[in-house]
Write a protein that binds this ligand. Structure first.
Ligand code: ASP
Ligand code: MG
Length: 456
C-alpha cells in the first residue's frame, strides 16, 4: 500500500492533473492520494483573508476569481456522474468560503481559526477535482474529507496531528475504502481540532499529512510528487553543479528540511522514520526519473552530501544578571523562550549565557521585559543558517575541520552540530550565505558526489 502526495505545481491546471491521473492509474495496489491546493491557491486565499478585514467587496471579487479558476479546470471532467458530484462540491466550497470572508469582515480581523477555515478551501477544491478526474478516467476514486481523518490539536495555522485519534479515523474511514479497492483521495494540509473546527498544519503541510496518514496505514512507501527530480545537493539557483541525491537518510533529510531545503516539510520525516517507511521524492512532470529515496540507511556510500541555507535568522544572546549565575539560569532562559512561543534553529548553552538562533520576527522589548529579573538580552538580525549534511561528515572527522577552512570570508556567529555528528550548521551574515553554500558544496558535496559512481 502506498501513499502518494502531489504538490500544488503537480495539480496546477487540467494538464498537470491529467499527468497525476496517469501516475496514480499506473501504480499497482492500494493507494491513498493526498493533494495540495492548486499552485498559488493558498497564497491567494491568505491574501483574501487579510483583504476581507479591510475591504470585503474586493475580497469577494478575488474569491470569485479563484472559484472561477477551479470551475474552469472542472470543465475537463466529461463523465456525467463525477461531473455532477464535482459541480455541487465546487460550489459548496465556494459558498463556504464566501461565508468565511463575511465572518472575517464582520470580526474586523482575520483570526487564526477563520483564516484556517478559509485557506482550507484550496485543498478541499483540489482534492475534489482530482477525485473527479480520476473517476472520469475510470479509476475507482473515493474522496474522503481530510478533516474527518487528520485529527489535530487546536493550534490554528500550525496544528499538530493527534496520532492516536488520526489512527482511529484512518481505521474507520480509509481502511474500509481501500478494502473494497477504492483509491482514496483526500486533502493535504488540513485537519480538525477537538472542537471540530478546521485547522491547518503550517505552510507546505501536505507532505506532513501524507506522512501521518502513511504512518497510520503502515504504508510500504510514501511518495512525495513535486516539480523537481528529487532532493538536490544544493539549491540549483545558488550552485550550478547541484545534483539529485539518489538516497538520503531520514536524519539528513530532516536536517536539510529544517535548514531551508524547500522540497519537504520538516515534520514529514518523523512519522515515516518512526515506522521505517521509506519516503520517495519524485517529479510528477518526469515520472521516469527515480527520484530520491529517504530511509534509515541513506546512501551509505559517502555520496549523499548536501548543503542548504535559510535566510531571515536572528541571533539572540541571553546573559545571566547574577554572578556567579544561579544554577537554574539556562533552564529558566529556555523556558522563557518556549513561553514566548519562539522556536530555535540552533543554540549554544553555557552556565551564564544562552546563544540561540531563531527564525521569526521577534518582539525583543516584550521578551526583555519577560526575563528582565534575571537576564539581559541582545539581538542581532540579518543572519542566515548554512547547513551541510552527509555520510562522510560522520565517518571522516577531518572533513568538518577541512570544511571550516572555507569559512574565512565573513564572520561566523555560531557553529553547531544540529542532529548528531553527521551534520554541521553555521550562522553567518545573510550576505555571505550563498557564497558559503557554493564553497561548501564545492569542497564537500561536489567532491563526495564526484567520488561515487556516476549518478543514474
Ligand atoms: N497548500 C498549502 C501551502 O501552500 C500546503 C501545501 O502545499 O503543502 O502551504
Ligand atoms: Mg511543498
Amino acid at each position: 500500500m502506498r501513499v502518494l502526495k502531489f504538490g500544488g505545481t503537480s495539480v496546477a491546471d487540467a494538464e498537470a492533473i491529467a499527468g497525476v491521473v496517469s501516475i496514480v492509474g499506473a501504480r499497482p495496489g492500494a493507494r491513498v492520494v493526498v493533494v495540495s491546493a492548486l499552485a498559488g491557491a493558498t497564497d491567494a486565499l491568505l491574501a483574501i483573508a487579510h483583504l476581507a478585514a479591510k475591504d470585503a467587496v474586493a475580497a469577494m471579487g478575488e474569491l470569485h476569481d479563484l472559484a472561477r479558476r477551479h470551475r474552469e479546470t472542472m470543465t475537463r471532467v466529461r463523465t456525467l456522474y463525477p461531473r455532477q458530484v464535482l459541480d455541487a462540491a465546487i460550489e459548496g466550497i465556494a459558498r463556504g468560503a464566501a461565508q468565511t470572508v463575511h465572518a472575517i469582515a464582520a470580526a474586523g480581523q482575520p483570526s487564526p481559526a477563520l483564516v484556517d477555515k478559509l485557506i482550507a478551501s484550496g485543498e478541499l477544491w483540489s482534492s475534489r477535482l482530482l477525485a473527479a478526474f480520476l473517476a472520469d478516467a475510470g479509476v475507482p476514486a473515493q474522496w474522503i474529507d481530510a478533516r474527518h481523518i487528520v485529527r489535530t490539536d487546536a493550534r490554528h495555522r500550525a496544528a499538530l496531528p493527534d496520532l492516536e485519534a488520526t489512527d482511529k479515523a484512518v481505521g474507520r474511514l480509509v481502511r474500509p475504502a481501500l478494502a473494497v479497492d477504492r483509491v482514496v483521495v483526500t486533502a493535504g494540509f488540513i485537519g480538525s481540532a477537538p472542537d471540530g473546527s478546521t485547522t491547518t498544519l503550517g505552510r507546505g503541510g501536505s507532505d506532513y499529512s501524507a506522512a501521518v496518514i502513511g504512518a497510520c496505514l503502515m504504508a510500504d512507501e510514501i511518495e512525495i510528487w513535486t516539480d523537481v527530480d528529487g532532493v538536490l545537493s544544493a539549491d540549483p539557483r545558488v550552485v550550478s553543479g547541484a545534483r539529485v541525491l539518489p538516497a538520503l537518510s531520514y536524519e539528513d533529510a530532516e536536517t536539510l528540511a529544517r535548514f531551508g531545503a524547500k522540497v519537504l516539510h520538516p515534520r514529514t520525516i518523523e512519522p515515516a522514520a518512526a515506522r521505517e517507511i521509506p519516503v520517495i521524492v519524485r517529479n510528477s512532470r518526469r515520472p521516469e526519473e527515480p527520484g530520491t529515496r529517504i530511509d534509515a540507511s541513506g546512501a551509505g556510500d559517502g555520496r549523499s552530501a548536501a548543503v542548504t541555507s535559510r535566510a531571515g535568522v536572528s541571533l539572540v544572546e541571553i546573559t545571566a544578571r547574577d554572578r556567579p549565575p544561579d544554577g537554574s539560569f539556562a533552564a529558566r532562559a529556555l523556558q522563557s523562550l518556549a513561553d514566548a512561543n519562539i522556536s530555535l534553529v540552533v543554540g549554544e548553552i553555557h552556565r551564564d549565557r544562552l546563544v540561540v538562533a531563531i527564525d521569526q520576527a521577534f518582539d525583543l522589548t516584550a521578551f526583555r521585559a519577560r526575563v528582565a529579573a534575571f537576564a539581559q538580552v541582545q539581538m542581532r538580525d540579518g543572519l542566515a543558517a548554512v547547513c551541510a549534511v552527509g555520510d562522510r561528515l560522520a565517518s571522516e572527522p577531518g572533513l568538518v575541520m577541512g570544511a571550516f577552512a572555507v569559512l574565512d570570508e565573513g564572520p561566523v556567529h555560531l557553529v553547531s552540530r544540529p542532529s548528531g555528528s553527521a551534520a554541521f550548521a553555521v550562522i553567518v551574515d545573510d550576505c555571505d550565505a550563498h557564497k558559503l553554500v557554493a564553497r561548501l558544496h564545492d569542497r564537500f558535496a561536489g567532491e563526495a558526489l564526484a567520488a561515487g559512481p556516476p549518478l543514474p
